[in-house]
Design a protein around this ligand. Structure first.
Ligand SMILES: Nc1ncnc2c1ncn2[C@@H]1O[C@H](COP(=O)(O)OP(=O)(O)O)[C@@H](O)[C@H]1O
Ligand SMILES: [Mg+2]
Length: 257
């Protein structure tokens, strides 16, 4: 995929038009020559170095690479948790690489549902309340909030456990609560970083089956993993090494789980 030449030469209007075109073409994620450089003493670490990726609405993509290859850094950029040192990032047609913190927080809440390895649930809150949280931040009224949270829990088969707290749930159930929380705002993408990393193999398979179902239901999923077995569940794998895209390929169907 050709990088965007002469990024600096595009006018604000041209940048905006490019975003509109991407959105009309159903492209939810597009990066152009994206870089993230850390300065450590007198050393520069290029954690992400010149990444061009394009992800369409409805895709199920894994970003795979060994430890230290830049996956988490790239995920933080895609998830609007961090801003690039250089390059462009369009999320759903909006130029996220240009945004200030408050605007970035807003687009993140609206467009991205996060799933983390360690679930990141509030320990003292019920499953229902955990799932309601993003809606509280979004200012949704309480009755609608409770209804939408219940619906999200139903979609991961956890409605009967909605009044349980995390310590009253198994690891797999906790991750399903976290997935319901990620879905409740109807985000443009579900972004999962090593979602099975803290689970045993059988439970990990259940979670991957759930992602497959959510994908069939029309969700766009980006899965970050260092495990080739897990990456094979996705329909396309972007291999990352030393902060660069090494290979971007469709998953062979017979191997797809
Ligand atoms: N905040 C940071 N400051 C300095 N270096 C960092 C920072 N975060 C990550 N790195 C470095 O960037 C590279 C990529 O890290 P990371 O994105 O965490 O890789 P992965 O998630 O694939 O294991 C590594 O060399 C790591 O040490
Ligand atoms: Mg990582």
């Amino acid at each position: 995929m050709p990088a965007l030449e002469a990024v600096q030469e595009l006018s604000p209007k041209e940048l905006e038009e490019r975003g509109e075109r991407l959105r009309n073409d159903g492209i939810v994620i597009r990066t152009y020559d994206l870089w993230k450089t850390y300065i450590m003493g007198d050393q520069e670490i290029h954690a992400v170095s010149g990444v061009d990726i394009e992800i369409r609405r409805g895709e199920y993509v894994a970003i795979m690479g060994p430890s230290g290859s830049g996956k988490s850094t790239l995920m933080n950029l895609i998830g609007c948790l961090d801003t690039p040192t250089k390059g462009l990032y369009y999320l759903n047609g909006k130029l996220a690489s240009d945004m200030e913190d408050d605007e970035l927080a807003r687009i993140r809440n609206k467009e991205i549902g996060f799933v983390f390895q360690t679930f990141n649930l509030l320990a003292r809150a019920s499953a229902l309340h955990n799932v309601e949280l993003p809606l509280i931040y979004a200012g949704v009224p309480s009755q609608e909030r409770a209804e939408r949270a219940r619906t999200a829990l139903r979609s991961v088969d956890l409605e009967p456990r909605m009044h349980h707290k995390p310590n009253e749930l198994s690891g797999g159930q906790r991750q399903r609560v976290a997935i319901a929380r990620a879905l409740v705002n109807r985000p443009s993408i579900l972004l999962a970083d090593e979602p099975t990393g803290a689970l045993d193999t059988a439970t990990g398979k259940e979670i991957m089956a759930l992602f497959e179902r959510l994908h069939s239901d029309g969700n766009t999923i980006v899965l970050v993993t260092h495990e080739p077995d897990i990456a094979l569940y996705a329909h396309r794998v972007i291999h990352i090494r030393d902060g660069k895209v090494e290979l971007d390929e469709e998953t062979p169907r017979p191997e797809r789980k």
